[in-house]
Design a protein around this ligand. Structure first.
Ligand code: GCB
Length: 646
């Protein structure tokens, strides 16, 4: 198995392999010193997880449901020193031992430990874990019968932030990054019959992690995505597949599939039955088969016509099916083009926060969203607002959200959690940002909805910051040249000669981006809502701009004057004035008000009003529309021409 399997790219260049290996090495390779201090460490080498693209489309054995858990603030479960080893020792909680009063000292007992629902963050399931940040051990038993000739991968939708996975006492993989999916090859550790899996999940915030120590959202911990076992033929299987429509005239579709474990020249079969496409290609020395064809009668995917096609891949006995839409996105001058035509992005910001009106498990109260039902409900609010676009702030969202966006015809801004002040000179932070970007592009590369990869949000300009993000931009362009690159930035305001507040969109990142995102909070953090229409904006780059955040807090049901903060009237009035200003900014090609729905944030403390929630939602967590919802809906009912007629 490849050591750095997760670093191989569909659009790879040889140099990329090398730098990815070097950069990701410190994250994933055990420091020799640490290993040496842990004499009881498992002798079995730990494989790095891979990303099985389209894993959720394969037949799988679900491991969702109740798992036992042990919160471990003193980190005893590692089974020895050091405090944070590269892998759990068999002396620790990974041992599926049962307490015996006459046996040796045993200070935990898995069958009697309490349970948490998986998927699910631990914070929202148990009052005593609401503020818990640290190490939690998860365990469950399951019966499994490995099929002959198959390899078995443990699929994790997301685990926040670091996960060490152990099967039957054997370490099978470690992953870092709270939001992206990963797959661990557990073939050698699984047994026929009863099995035990233990996952150490640690969500401690650290300076060198991405995101870092401060965010305006809850640091949900736990197995927050679905867990399953996915089987693929050992003789060879597709671990990456991607198809895309080329920019330019005609309907030219290109594609690639990587097949793991086969000889050069292995045939790969691709069918799109609705388009009567039936083509073959052979793997090259890297295991990649390249495709190129021009289907007749292709209907392009768009918000008005979210056409998806069934796609079937086959290599030997491995079969993989998906549904994929075909469209192009590009920038021409100051325009964003979808399928060659200018589009105005009527959007809204989101968090992957589950609404309270839907709970997959009765004991869960909102928390990190993960399911198709969460996606349908929240993206449904965006559709009701009249959106053709959502900004999935500030981190990669569950696969279910992107698939729902594909079906709902919502274009997507997808982001990595390079948020506020990252430790720009830390190699570990850069490696983490790169691996999260890589895993996101790998998993979501086939989603027609994703138009923009966002590299960052509100990062204070400095040469180190710009260099860090520039590296991410280079990586994103190399891994996916079919989408646009953006970042959400902020700009200071100055007074011009007439006393008007002015802003120039000239962040040092601008030259590297295709589309500029600018966040501003006129009327909330700066200035007065009524003054917004007098602000003067200039965009010297001529690039299209998305006003990527603007908004105000409002508690549902709180009413008062437009000058009273946290009333619905204040929020609605602010949006009216904002749209008056934005409609006069000729370079704006999209807006995403902050934010679709209220969400938990430990920094929002105002008693009786915030109570631990950011209240800038247009919708409350129980789904009630605030007055501002209607203001945004009315704005989005206008035609682009009405919005840009100055
Ligand atoms: C911002 C951030 C966003 C916050 C928001 C707020 O600028 O990008 O993450 O939640 O403001 O509510 O202050």
């Amino acid at each position: 198995m490849r050591r750095f399997c997760s670093t191989r790219r569909l659009f790879s260049a040889p140099s990329l392999h090398l730098y990815a290996a070097l950069l990701l090495a410190p994250l994933f390779t055990a420091a020799p010193g640490l290993r040496a201090q842990s004499p009881a460490a498992s002798p079995m080498p730990i494989e790095q997880p891979t990303v099985l693209v389209s894993a959720t489309q394969r037949h799988a054995t679900s491991l969702n449901g109740p798992w036992h858990f042990i919160p471990d603030p003193y980190r005893n479960g590692w089974g020895g020193w050091p405090d944070e080893p590269s892998a759990p020792s068999p002396n620790g909680f990974v041992a599926d031992k049962h307490f015996d009063p006459r046996g040796p000292v045993q200070e935990y007992n898995w069958p009697d430990e309490p349970e948490l629902a998986v998927p699910g963050d631990w914070n929202s399931q148990r009052a005593e874990l609401l503020y818990y940040e640290g190490l939690v051990w998860y365990q469950r038993n399951f019966t499994y019968h490995p099929a002959a000739g198959m390899r078995s991968f443990l699929h994790f939708g997301a685990a926040s932030y670091r996960a060490n996975v152990t099967v039957n006492g054997k370490n099978v993989c470690e992953h870092q990054g709270a939001f992206t999916s990963f797959d661990c090859d557990a073939t050698a550790a699984l047994k026929d019959g009863d099995n035990s899996i233990v996952v150490a999940v640690d969500n401690v915030r650290k300076r060198e992690r991405v995101p870092t120590t401060k965010t305006d959202w809850w640091n949900y911990g736990g197995l927050t995505g679905e867990v399953s076992i996915v089987e693929v033929p050992a003789a060879g299987f597709i671990d990456e597949d991607r198809l895309w429509l080329e920019r330019g005239a005609g309907d030219h579709v290109s594609g690639r599939a990587h097949v793991e474990g086969v000889a050069t020249g292995t045939p790969v079969h691709l069918r799109l039955p609705e388009l009567h496409v039936d083509v073959n290609a052979k793997t090259d020395a890297q295991g990649i088969a390249h495709f190129s064809f021009e289907p007749k009668g292709l209907e392009r995917w768009s918000p008005e016509h979210a056409r998806l096609y069934r796609v079937e891949w086959q290599v030997g006995s491995d079969q993989l099916a998906d549904t994929i839409g075909f469209r192009t996105v590009e920038v021409r001058g100051g325009e964003i083009l979808l399928n060659g035509k200018p589009i105005y992005l009527k959007g809204v910001n989101m968090h992957a926060e589950a609404p309270r009106s839907y709970a997959a498990y009765p004991e869960s109260k909102s928390g990190r969203a993960w399911s198709e039902a969460d996606a349908r409900l929240t993206l449904g609010y965006a559709r009701a607002l009249g959106c053709n676009f959502v900004r999935m702030a500030h981190y990669p969202y569950p696969d279910a959200f992107l698939r729902e966006a594909d079906r709902a015809g919502l274009l997507v801004w997808s982001e990595i959690p390079v948020y506020w002040s990252i430790d720009w000179t830390s190699p570990e932070a850069l490696a983490s940002a790169k691996s999260q970007l890589h895993e996101q592009i790998l998993r979501d590369g086939n989603r027609a909805s994703i138009a923009l990869w966002s590299m960052s949000n509100e990062t204070p300009p400095s040469p180190d910051r710009t260099e860090f993000i520039h590296k991410l931009i280079d990586q994103a362009r190399a891994e996916d040249p079919t989408r646009l690159i953006t970042s959400a930035m902020v700009t200071p305001f100055h007074k011009d000669a007439e006393g008007n507040s002015t802003a120039t969109l000239d962040d040092p990142l601008v030259p590297y981006l295709d589309v500029l995102g600018y966040n501003e909070y006129i009327g909330w953090y700066t200035g007065k809502s009524d003054d917004a229409p007098s602000y003067r904006w200039s965009d010297p780059s001529g690039k299209p701009v998305i006003v990527s955040e603007f908004g105000a807090g409002a508690k549902t049901g709180m009413h008062g004057d437009v000058r009273d903060r946290f009333t619905e009237e204040f929020q609605a009035h602010l949006f009216e004035k904002q749209f008056e200003m934005i409609d006069k900014m000729p370079f704006v090609r999209g807006t995403t008000p902050w934010v679709l729905m209220d969400f938990r944030s430990p920094t929002r403390l105002l008693p009786g009003i915030q109570d631990g929630y950011n209240r800038k939602g247009l919708v409350s967590l129980s789904g009630e529309h605030k007055a501002a919802f209607e203001v945004v809906r009315r704005q989005y009912a206008k035609t682009p021409a009405q919005m840009t007629a100055h």
